[in-house]
Design a protein around this ligand. Structure first.
Ligand SMILES: *[C@@H]1O[C@H](CO)[C@@H](O)[C@H](O)[C@H]1NC(C)=O
Ligand SMILES: *[C@@H]1O[C@H](CO)[C@@H](O)[C@H](O)[C@H]1NC(C)=O
Ligand SMILES: *[C@@H]1O[C@H](CO)[C@@H](O)[C@H](O)[C@H]1NC(C)=O
Ligand SMILES: *[C@@H]1O[C@H](CO)[C@@H](O)[C@H](O)[C@H]1NC(C)=O
Length: 955
């Protein structure tokens, strides 16, 4: 008890210390000067102590102001040059304040410690001051969507730490500056990953010097400018590129041949230029998803041979490109096709769409060509084919559907539906959230400048984005209750737009702190959309009209601070008393809370004959509760079933999704076994193992409640059902995750666990495609006494089952290794273990010839992986799989060894096996804690002061 009092005392002292620290006088004056330039300052900006009084948007370190984060604050006025007095400032974000106008003060160049300068979507104009080049620490510069005029200051070339450079959507003109003599230029930015210059008036030729092999750019966006001349061949030396946009310019001449060397590019936009010469040869661009070449003046040419050789292609836009001849039927076999537009060419002969293998194909638009016949017209297909303006439609009945334009779709393509509830009527400008609560959402538009899918009617990508947003908000403890997305559309600049609404948690509207935190997540690109579907984006936040702390309410600053500000020694006693009362009440509250969450309340000792279950981190749910969360266990919530019963999706009141596994009558375990299972599961915590959140054991029901994993099973992804593109690197990453999860169960869980049912339907994928091992229905703990093996009745799934275990009935962890080997073969072949009577292990063993490239397995391997370039390390991967399916368990590697080998293979393939998780042994908790996600890359760029100080305050 004594030590408790002392530590409380310490806390009190600490608080007094913090409270007593007043803001540096110079900083305080500078903020006042900023405020004076604005028509209305945020209501909490009163008094003389911005740090001590927690002014909204102001972050401090001791007495010095280090961040000013005020996005979407309805600020109106100019930016005072006195901001330069804030000499410790590291971060400025004033985005989404349309009313902020005037020019950027030149004195901004004095902010020598500034790392992030973010002014997206304001009304700034005039030239960008040259002094910006003296911000030597700057890493993140976003001035996009303003009215800046004049030239790009060459001094930006001096910003050697710059990671993100976004000047898009302004009125910038003149040439792209490159260095010469002592004049700096953009070619010097070799650490910069993002060049975003679209929607300006840049003119002149693209200097060849701009690009070089020492650069590390991933996004080069110059779309919608007035650039002329050729695309320099130096672009082909930037091998890191992923998104390249030069569309809507006046480029002419031939494309450089080495564009074909950009093998990581997935979006290439060159349409609406005046390019001439032969069509480029893109055979090697095996990551290409989206290709826009429309409206250029290429030489008339036959359909190029690389058409069917781009395994990842989803979108092909080649309108008016002088293509002639016949499209080969194998082109339509590309597994990921969604949109093909080849209007206005001279394609002729008979159209044969062969075997369509993509189940996401939306449209083949061949208007205005010379096609005379359509071979497959009698076969049903569920996408649009348009042959209007071809001879095949001239002759006979225009009744054929492909001879008519499909009806234009007037209904919105997607809008987030309500989650298991009926939308409620709301008053005035409130809106019913997906959880059917009326509130004032924060709104804005997500603008994607690149996209890896084009089937806008397919809801999967939006659902994945919703999940990923909610996961982000929850893990960063932002006060968001739910999000909705709506009205997906393309704008004339080929940007993909999506409306976003974020609803406040637990109240009708956000306060200023909430809005500034949420807006910052987008302006600073802290939120990164799932990169398997969405390319670079920017966000345009709308003004928020309903701040909960706007009216007189703002005076409600806490009593503690007021007391603290005046604190003298005499107050200490009072504080101590208060602390004592507080501690007592906390204790009582804690006791009450324990009682409420007591799992025994629902535990029937007569049936279970056991003591209270010993749970770590899992809780007991009541049947009524779960019934509500799962919408009465309705069919709509049914997301899977098996021998044991069904799995339902449910939504907790917090908006968090859960998966409820409900045992059916007949497959229930005895109470004791059920208890043992949940005790076992509640001890398992690893980021590659699905975590158990709780259970329900009442009314004759047995239910397990797991975290919801949004991207379905590995099996769905391999079969193409989930629409996620599975390239080689993704497959490796998934294999590694699953191996790590299993190695954890074998080697680190206490007691160690044999899973017994490893298969592709039991590997789930989260929104970042991290693998999670699921379903412990057949799992066995290995007690110390029986370490080695367990004799059991043989259980498992045909095709994955270890033959040795089958024959001897002795279960060891090597049986899981066998199943994992089969899973690895499934990963590279996308075949089920037993398909049409053929056993995959045997098929691979027979076809394998180690003297040939890819071990002669091309026939068996999954083509949608993309083989235009050999997947690096594939042979080693097959070797490893085959060692896992060795006949004798003793000859198989352990899961720990499997993990190491997959890590080696990834390094061989140029990937970083630890790209996302800091350490391979990180527990789930560690991995999710305070992860600073950052955009489009896995280098170690860290944001400083990501959240305003108010966020970091101890409770
Ligand atoms: C592509 O890159 C390779 C290796 O760097 C190089 O040898 C080749 O010349 C490049 N191709 C073109 C067309 O420049
Ligand atoms: C295209 O390039 C690939 C590899 O760079 C080469 O093998 C092929 O012959 C080229 N095709 C044409 C039509 O030039
Ligand atoms: C299609 O066009 C190509 C090239 O213009 C020509 O060689 C070929 O004969 C045409 N085929 C048909 C069936 O008209
Ligand atoms: C603003 O809202 C957040 C989250 O809803 C809350 O934690 C915080 O105390 C509020 N701040 C003020 C000043 O009301």
């Amino acid at each position: 008890m004594g030590s408790v009092i002392w530590s409380l005392l310490l806390v009190v002292f600490l608080q007094i210390y913090i409270i007593a620290a007043t803001t540096d006088a110079g900083d305080s004056a500078a903020l006042k000067s900023l405020m004076d330039e604005w028509e209305k300052a945020p209501p909490s900006w009163v008094g003389g102590d911005p740090c001590g009084d927690s002014w909204v948007g102001i972050g401090c370190n001791d007495s010095r102001v280090t961040s000013v984060t005020l996005p979407s604050m309805k600020l109106v006025g100019r930016l005072s040059g006195d901001i330069s007095t804030l000499s410790e400032l590291q971060q400025v974000d004033l985005s989404y304040n349309n009313g902020l106008t005037g020019s950027l003060p030149t004195s901004i160049g004095n902010l020598k410690k500034l790392t992030n300068l973010i002014l997206v979507g304001c009304g700034f104009n005039g030239p960008i001051p040259d002094a910006i080049g003296s911000l030597s620490q700057l890493r993140f510069l976003s001035l996009n969507s303003n009215g800046f005029t004049g030239r790009i200051p060459p001094s930006i070339g001096n910003l050697s730490n710059l990671y993100w450079l976004d000047l898009a959507d302004n009125q910038l003109e003149g040439p792209i500056p490159v260095s010469s003599g002592s004049t700096p230029g953009l070619d010097m930015l070799i650490h910069t990953k993002h060049f975003h210059f679209g929607k300006n008036k840049l003119s002149g030729q693209i200097p060849a010097q701009l690009f070089s092999s020492s650069m590390t750019l991933i996004h080069v966006l110059f779309e919608s400018n007035k650039l002329t001349g050729i695309l320099p061949s130096t672009l082909g030396h930037v091998r890191t590129l992923e998104v390249v946009r030069f569309d809507n310019n006046s480029l002419n001449g031939r494309l450089p041949l080495n564009i074909n060397n950009l093998t990581s590019v997935h979006d290439l936009f060159l349409s609406n230029n005046k390019l001439t010469g032969p069509l480029p040869n893109l055979t090697q661009m095996n990551s290409l998803n989206t290709l826009y070449l429309s409206n250029n003046s290429f030489d008339s040419a036959d359909v190029p041979s690389w058409f069917p050789a781009l395994p990842a292609l989803t979108t092909l836009m080649m309108e008016n490109t002088q293509l002639r001849g016949q499209i080969p039927a194998i082109f339509f076999e590309l597994p990921n096709l969604q949109t093909v537009v080849l209007k206005g060419n001279q394609l002729n002969g008979t159209l044969d769409i062969g075997q369509i293998s993509s189940n996401q194909l939306q449209i083949i638009d061949l208007q205005n060509n010379l096609i005379t016949d359509f071979n497959n017209s009698d076969r049903p297909y569920n996408f649009d084919i348009i042959l209007v303006g071809n001879p095949v439609c001239d002759e006979t009945g225009t009744t054929r559907s492909y001879c008519n334009l499909p009806p234009s779709n007037s209904s919105p393509l997607y809008s987030t539906p309500s989650q298991n509830c009926l939308p409620v009527p709301c008053s005035s400008s409130q809106i019913s959230s997906p959880l059917c609560r009326c509130a004032y959402p924060y709104t804005g538009t997500l603008n994607f400048r690149g996209l890896l899918f084009s089937a806008f009617g397919n809801s999967t990508p939006y659902q994945i984005l919703e999940q990923s947003l909610m996961h982000f908000f929850q893990s960063h403890q932002l006060p968001v209750d739910s999000v909705s997305l709506s009205d997906p559309r393309m704008d004339p600049n080929e940007y993909f737009l999506l409306n976003l609404r974020a609803f406040p948690y637990g109240q009708e509207s956000f306060n200023r702190t909430g809005i500034s935190m949420i807006a910052f997540v987008f302006s600073n690109q802290t939120f990164k959309p799932p990169d398997q579907l969405f390319g670079p984006y920017f966000f345009r936040g709308d003004e928020y009209e309903h701040f909960s702390d706007d009216p007189a309410n703002s005076k409600k600053s806490s009593i503690a601070i007021k007391i603290g500000a005046a604190a003298g020694a005499s107050v200490l006693f009072l504080l101590l008393v208060l602390a004592g009362i507080y501690a007592y009440r906390q204790k009582k509250r804690a006791e009450r809370a324990t009682k409420e969450s007591n799992p025994f309340a629902h535990w029937d000792p007569k049936k279970s004959s056991g003591s209270i279950p010993q749970l770590k981190g899992a809780r007991c749910f009541s049947f009524e509760e779960l019934k509500k969360y799962a919408n009465n266990f309705s069919e709509a919530n049914d997301i899977g079933s098996g021998g044991y019963g069904k799995v339902y999706r449910g939504t907790l009141p917090t908006g968090e999704l859960i998966a409820i596994k409900r045992a059916q009558q007949g497959s229930m375990q005895g109470g004791l076994e059920f208890k043992t299972e949940i005790e076992l599961l509640s001890r398992v915590h690893h980021k590659n193992v699905v975590s158990l959140l709780g259970f329900c054991f009442e009314r004759g029901e047995q239910m397990l409640i797991y975290e919801y994993v949004p991207n379905g099973s590995l099996s769905d992804s391999l079969s193409g059902k989930s629409g996620i593109r599975m390239d080689w690197t993704r497959r490796l990453k998934i294999a590694l995750g699953a191996a790590r999860g299993l190695a954890y169960l074998h080697e680190l869980a206490n007691p160690p666990i044999i899973h017994r049912d490893i298969k592709s339907t039991n590997i789930l994928l989260d929104e970042r495609l991290n693998a999670k091992v699921a379903d412990f229905g057949l799992s066995k703990p290995m007690g110390d006494s029986e370490r080695g093996h367990v004799t059991t009745q043989v259980k498992g799934t045909m095709g994955y089952l270890d033959p040795e275990y089958y024959m001897t009935q002795q279960l060891t962890e090597k049986s899981d290794v066998y199943s994992f080997g089969v899973l690895m073969l499934e990963i590279v072949t996308a075949r089920r273990p037993i398909e049409r009577g053929k056993y995959i292990v045997r098929e691979v063993r027979m076809a394998m010839d180690k003297t040939k490239s890819l071990y002669n397995l091309q026939e068996i391997l999954d083509a949608s992986m993309g083989f235009a370039a050999t997947p690096k390390g594939l042979e080693k991967f097959v070797d490893l799989a085959m060692s896992c399916v060795e006949e004798s368990g003793a000859n198989r590697p352990t899961m720990g060894e499997v993990v190491k080998e997959i890590e080696n293979i990834m390094q061989l393939a140029g990937m970083n096996p630890n790209a996302e998780s800091a350490s391979s042994s990180a527990t789930y908790e560690e991995a999710t804690k305070g992860g600073s996600l950052h955009p489009y890359g896995d280098d170690s760029f860290a944001y400083s002061g990501v959240f305003p100080a108010s966020k970091i305050e101890p409770q």
